[in-house]
Design a protein around this ligand. Structure first.
Ligand code: PEP
Ligand code: MN
Length: 364
């Protein structure tokens, strides 16, 4: 799959590629006020939702097709290129008619292949860039699938947007970032530009800076951040929107690091450290193998003595001792817990395999 990089469709863009503007278009004055207060030279694309996918009915659902004209006014009067969310073929047609520069597909649409296909079919024959948010559930294949559907309709200018994943537990995030998912998408689709949307990840203003910084440190191409001239009065997502001047401050405080350098000393030191990591990983793998060989022996021994694979007290003992040992050497308990859960799962799988093959032999 060939995807264009951002500079092929935004030749004047500089990093970070910045998409900003309100969650929702509320009035023409609101859009013009926000647009005129934004740091003009830093904005790549002005956003505003026209049709709002709301979790519960009875809340503000967007101003609809009339607001497309307001976006046109922002383009004419302030000079920004403009984007809005589309969720069906009718939205796509209205946006094309009003010469919206870029479209985006929201998280609640990416999750549904029928919706994405309907949008893709409506886009066939056009060359409009499309930004695709991650689906609401943490499935990298579903995100890839949406990109593939839009690409198969002939669109090469596709940008992925990471906006996090809702979870059951209340955490400091509205949507858990689960950074491993956009990192995996980037590994599978290295050509696809990748933005981060700290506003929908955080759901509040205080976490934005740290999430935006993390995205830059992970080499994301840009950011989507919601802005409103009076955030507390916003008709949607009021807790997470920031004023244009707060956005300017956030951008000023953002540290942009290079992806590589020609400093020879740095490169040699990095190579040496990576070499040491390679050796440690190799030792780790050998230890995993030795551990798994023991698991195999235990499986056979349990079978011969007619003992169950899982003994909850032993599993509980493993968890508590390993976490205790981890804390003693300053390793994060959560990290160690996750690793041992994976190891234990594999041990059970291995012992089941051993038991099944031994019982087949007994039967035959
Ligand atoms: C939005 O960007 O305002 C929006 C609705 O986003 P998401 O699809 O990420 O919820
Ligand atoms: Mn929003």
């Amino acid at each position: 799959m060939h995807l264009s990089d951002i500079s092929s469709f935004f030749p004047d863009h500089h990093k970070p590629f910045l998409v900003t503007g309100p969650c929702s278009a509320e009035s023409e004055e609101q859009l013009l006020t926000i647009a005129s207060e934004l740091p003009k030279e830093k904005v790549s694309l002005f956003r505003a939702g026209i049709w709002k996918p709301r979790t519960r009915p009875g809340t503000f659902e967007g101003m609809g097709v009339d607001a497309l004209k307001w976006l046109q006014t922002v383009r004419q009067e302030v000079g920004f290129r403009v984007t809005c969310e589309v969720a069906n073929a009718e939205h796509v047609e209205a946006c094309l008619k009003h010469e919206i520069d870029v479209l985006w597909i929201g998280a609640r649409s990416t999750v549904n292949p029928f919706t994405v296909q309907e949008i893709a079919d409506a886009l066939r024959g056009t060359q409009i860039p499309v930004m695709i948010k991650n689906p609401v559930n943490p499935d990298v294949n579903l995100w890839m699938g949406a990109i593939e559907r839009i690409h198969a309709a002939g669109i090469e200018q596709i940008v992925a947007i990471h906006r996090g994943f809702p979870g059951f537990e209340k955490t400091r995030y509205r949507n858990e970032p689960m950074w491993e998912i956009p990192i995996e998408l980037n590994r599978l689709l290295p050509d696809s530009p990748l933005l981060c949307d700290p506003s929908h990840i955080c759901g509040n203003r205080s976490g934005l800076q740290a999430v935006a910084q993390k995205a830059m440190d992970l080499n994301f191409d840009g950011l989507m951040i919601e802005t409103h001239h009076e955030p507390d009065k916003a008709l949607s997502d009021k807790h997470q929107q920031i004023t244009p001047s707060a956005l300017a401050e956030l951008l000023n405080d953002l540290i942009l690091r290079q992806t590589s350098t020609d400093n020879e000393l740095f490169n040699l030191t990095l190579e040496e450290l990576r070499d040491q990591i390679d050796k440690k990983d190799n030792r780790l793998l050998k230890l995993f193998k030795e551990r798994m060989d023991l698991v195999e022996k235990i499986g056979a021994y349990k079978f011969d003595n007619n003992i169950t694979i899982l003994q909850p007290e032993r599993w509980n003992d493993i968890i508590t001792t390993r976490i205790d040992w981890a804390e003693q050497i300053e390793l994060m308990p959560d990290f160690i817990l996750q690793i041992f859960q994976q190891i234990h799962q594999e041990s059970i799988r291995k012992q089941t395999e051993v038991m099944n093959s031994k019982s087949e032999r007994v039967e035959s």
